[in-house]
Design a binder for this molecule. Structure first.
Ligand code: ADP
Ligand code: MG
Length: 234
């Protein structure tokens, strides 16, 4: 069974139907992208999976466990860690302090120290600036800090909402290279992105959203060969 298995998910905000029967599955150690225009339902899918937005119908299974009704903090304890779109670091705390916030879930000081070293190995620029207040970091470094903070919780799966938002092409590549190595460390990744180039170059598989429905599911190569991009952005 897939690590994450979402079936026939329906989510409404009052009268607005944001997800209309969405089904998707992510296998352990995959990197998968959800793409689509603004308002197509990407954030709603990630928030519903993380347990922040309730769903009205359908099921979400993670590691063979039904998550429906489980609050967000319990899902996080199962290893499902969510980084919201345009998330912010705590600017007045140092880089190190921001990272330690991510480890609060671990409740194991020794594990937290080892994980911190792993995060610094992935993001050497964070190690260099560990005593700087996070507010002085560049946009790219802040995004690295957010992902580093999520990794401090030792996730089994990361849900990243538009991790490349606002970054330069060079910084997108640096961040992509790091995310690409996460499956080797046992971390599965589901991320949202509207830049199709960034999405298809990083993800092995793509789900294409349009108005709350999935209208494409397949490999990145199939996505690029198909007319899915035109249909999604029609
Ligand atoms: N808190 C909310 N209240 C009401 N409608 C919302 C809310 N959040 C999102 N929506 C609506 O749900 C739909 C999907 O939005 P969203 O999941 O944010 O899409 P995306 O992340 O792809 O831009 C849109 O029509 C949006 O206007
Ligand atoms: Mg969004």
């Amino acid at each position: 069974m897939a690590l994450l298995d979402v079936r026939e998910l329906w989510v409404s905000y009052g009268g607005v139907r944001a997800l209309k029967g969405v089904s998707l599955a992510v296998e352990e150690r995959e990197v998968v992208a959800v793409v689509g225009p603004n308002g197509s339902g990407k954030t709603t899918l990630l928030r519903a999976t993380a347990g922040i937005t309730p769903h009205q119908r359908g099921s979400i299974c993670f590691a063979s466990r039904e998550l429906t009704g489980l609050p967000a903090y319990r899902r996080a304890r199962l290893g499902l860690i969510y980084t919201p779109e345009r998330a912010r670091v705590a600017p007045e705390l140092t880089v190190l302090e921001n990272l330690r916030v991510g480890a609060l879930l671990l409740r194991d000081a020794q594990k937290a120290r080892a994980t911190l070293e792993e995060v610094f190995a992935l993001f050497p620029c964070l190690a260099q600036k560990k005593h700087y207040p996070a507010g002085v970091l560049s946009g790219g470094e802040k995004q690295m800090l957010l992902i580093g903070r999520a990794l401090m919780a030792q996730p089994r799966m990361l849900l990243l909402d538009e991790p490349f938002f606002g970054l330069s092409t060079g910084m997108k590549q640096v961040l992509s290279q790091v995310i690409r190595t996460l499956p080797q460390k046992g971390v599965t990744v589901l991320f949202s992105e509207h830049d199709l180039k960034a999405a298809t170059s990083l993800a092995g598989r793509i789900y294409g959203f349009c108005q709350g429905r999935i209208i494409f599911a397949g490999s990145s190569a199939e996505f690029l060969r198909s007319n899915a991009a035109q249909r999604i952005y029609a």
